[in-house]
Ligand binder design. Sequence first.
Ligand code: G1P
Length: 297
Amino acid sequence: MKRKVTKAIFPVAGLGTRFLPATKSVPKEIMTLVDRPLIQYAIDEAREAGIREFIFVTSRGKGALEDYFDHAPQLENELRKKGKDELLETLKSTNMDSGEIAYIRQHKAMGLGHAVWCARRLISNEPIAVILPDDVIAAEKPCLKQMVEAYEETGGCMVAAMDVPTNKASSYGILDIKEDKGNLVKVKGMVEKPPLGEQPSNLAVIGRYIITPDVLRTLNQMKKGAGDEVQLTDAIAEEITRGRDVHGFRFEGERFDCGSKAGFLQATMAFGLARAELRDELMSYMTDMLAHRAAAQ
Ligand code: G1P
């Protein structure tokens, strides 16, 4: 019987240089889409997929992340006294129980593969989810849940996948397709950030993975790949050379690259418009703004 996926690794050690100066004192993962930090979207998605243990791979300067998941008794008391029950419930829903969450430090920035490897001692012989919080996915059924359901049929390793324009392929891990069955794609190879024009397909890896513990063992070798970093993509690809199944999963939903400013702003608009209490005001602002722009041209 396949073991259930109940643990997830969240690599959050990155410096977030693209968002300086904001990230000088605030971890990128605490930056908010509407009123929820990026990391909260990732946690909510993981929980809905059945994840019960949350492992954060952090680095220096990420203290605010640990505080964010802590209980805030003083704040909760204040809200209780003032009868702000709804806010109180929202606040409580972000608390993590003791033992549910673990923090591991990545002492050197050696790549995504290395970050994931840092969590190896907290993993036994079980499949593990990896979530990159920069990739925010709006979906009716959360992306990781879709994947966990597909994984129950396939086993092996699975990566979220999305078709990207040819000129963007060199920013991603790209899949070499063996068999395309629509949602599910059997993979015969994977390349991290292929040079322009050398990508084996336009199907890119998006930041949701289900990996087997063998991938962690492969990472022990610390082989360096693209950008002279230890790449998760390469360690998963090695499973294929050992004759094991790796699948890409074309999820249903809209993905926002919140690691880029444009992507972050697009996500802010999309998540704002999805809120009933904000929709009308935002819509009328956007309509007016576009009309002004058009008139000025
Ligand atoms: C990482 C992965 C890459 C994947 C991408 C998705 O790259 O290494 O394979 O396609 O996330 O967002 P990064 O964006 O950290 O450079």
